[in-house]
Structure formats: structure tokens, C-alpha cells
Design a protein around this ligand. Structure first.
Ligand code: ZN
Length: 92
């Protein structure tokens, strides 16, 4: 095998490995994304690239989860605003 063929084989191996990782992660998301993960996603707490890719891919085609993402983000923003108000007016 020449060098280019070896490099290509290595790249294909890496792509297969990351595809398998993503397939495993998608399999872990049974039907829809749960509320906790939607909140983590909205808060930017999903750091692992493969999990992030799986969530975003699900959100590309799943209308109900997109609606729930919007609801979750409103919820998080409301809780955050309430927490800020409380911090401002709290005597301690
Ligand atoms: Zn969904």
C-alpha cells in the first residue's frame, strides 16, 4: 500500500469508529430527547461532540422535540429571571 492509501484507510477507520459511537448514542435516545437533556442542551452543558451531534440530528427531524426544546428554554429562562430577581431583592 502506498502512503495515500494508508492515510485513506486510517481516515475511513476513524470515520467508522465515530459513526459507530454516534449510532450507539442515538440508540440510547429511545424515542425522544428527555427534558433533562433538552435543558442541558439549552444551557450549553452538552459538551461531548458525539452526544451533541446526536441531539442536533434528532432535532433536525423531530417537530415534537423542537417544540419541547422551546418550552424547556422558556422554562430555563423564566427560572433564571426569577432567580436573578430573588437575588436582587433578597436581604441576604
Ligand atoms: Zn423527538
Amino acid at each position: 500500500m502506498d502512503v495515500k492509501t494508508k492515510l485513506l484507510a486510517g481516515t475511513i477507520r476513524q470515520l467508522r469508529a465515530s459513526r459507530e459511537r454516534i449510532v450507539r448514542l442515538i440508540a440510547k435516545i429511545p424515542d425522544h430527547i428527555d427534558d433533562h437533556d433538552l435543558e442541558r442542551y439549552h444551557l450549553g452543558m452538552v459538551k461531548e461532540e458525539a452526544e451533541l451531534a446526536a441531539l442536533e440530528e434528532h432535532l433536525l427531524w423531530c417537530g415534537p422535540c423542537v417544540d419541547r426544546t422551546e418550552a424547556a428554554s422558556q422554562y430555563v429562562d423564566t427560572v433564571r429571571a426569577a432567580a436573578c430577581d430573588r437575588a436582587e431583592y433578597s436581604p441576604w
